[in-house]
Design a protein around this ligand. Structure first.
Ligand SMILES: NC(=O)c1ccc[n+]([C@@H]2O[C@H](COP(=O)([O-])OP(=O)(O)OC[C@H]3O[C@@H](n4cnc5c(N)ncnc54)[C@H](OP(=O)(O)O)[C@@H]3O)[C@@H](O)[C@H]2O)c1
Length: 229
């Protein structure tokens, strides 16, 4: 796959042995430090997650309703181009209520569809949050990746869940590598998010090539795969 015009994408996740990803009741303790440590080895300049996974980081700011505000063109808004790192969300209908434009110093970029309201765009601009349009009514992942490269110069991107966003990237053939820290947990829950959740009848089965296996602290196993094209 050519990555000249888009970032190299590494899907970095901590699933249970049975592929579930909701860690809340797993009592992982220091194992989550391994997640950060292994993530740091990739030298990525950005990470991207789905709207649901981003909720706890975004906040609960109020989106003001403008009185007689002028219409706002559906044009990408770049508030900061030279950040050392970017925290990116896919939020098609503009539900995230950002309190500020960074997460621990990483500049926030949100990916929208053109169906969002003008009030929401005005809100993002007032907060200094950058936004990109990923499509008219649905997100085209390949378009988003090209824009992340051309607007922000992002070369290596960590795709960090949850299952729906991972599934969209897999189905669109936009994952280059998997970095999977298997947690020493059998979860067994039914209907909770898993590593890849893809809606619809055509499942995007993709073959993988094993790159490495490593035992890590806290009984984690780190598996790395290349996605075969
Ligand atoms: N174990 C781990 O490593 C790990 C890592 C990350 C997250 N998680 C867990 O995963 C769970 C959430 O996973 P999830 O699958 O429910 O949600 P998710 O993937 O975090 O977010 C899904 C939402 O993001 C938006 N979205 C993302 N990609 C899109 C695309 N290509 N096109 C259109 N919309 C797109 C949609 O928002 P709308 O609904 O607004 O349309 C969609 O419903 C949480 O419990 C979280 O803690 C675990």
């Amino acid at each position: 796959m050519r990555t000249k015009d888009r970032p190299y994408v590494i899907c970095h996740m901590v699933p249970s042995i049975d592929g579930r990803i909701v860690v809340r009741d797993w009592k992982l303790g220091s194992a989550l430090r391994e997640y950060e440590k292994t993530a740091a080895t990739f030298g990525a300049d950005a990470w991207i997650i789905g709207r649901i996974s981003m909720e706890p980081y975004a906040g609960k700011a109020r989106v003001p309703v403008r009185k007689n505000g002028a219409p706002i063109a559906r044009k990408d808004f770049v508030a900061e181009r030279d950040a050392t790192s970017y925290a990116i969300a896919i939020d098609p209908s503009g539900k995230l209520r950002w309190e500020k434009s960074d997460i621990d110093g990483e500049h926030v970029v949100t990916v929208l569809t053109e169906s969002v309201t003008d009030d929401y765009l005005a809100f993002l601009q007032s907060k200094g949050v950058s936004y990109l349009f990923g499509g008219k009514s649905r997100i085209d992942v390949a378009v988003v990746l090209r824009k992340l490269r051309s607007c922000f110069g992002i070369k290596r991107l960590l795709l960090e869940g949850g299952g729906k966003i991972n599934g969209h990237f897999l189905a669109a053939d936009q994952i280059d590598e998997l970095s999977i820290l298997v947690a020493p947990v059998a979860d067994g829950s039914v209907g909770t998010p898993s590593l890849f959740n893809v809606a619809g009848r055509r499942t995007p089965v993709r073959a993988l090539k094993l790159l490495s296996i490593e035992k890590r602290a806290s009984d984690l196993v780190w598996l790395r795969y290349r996605v075969r094209q």
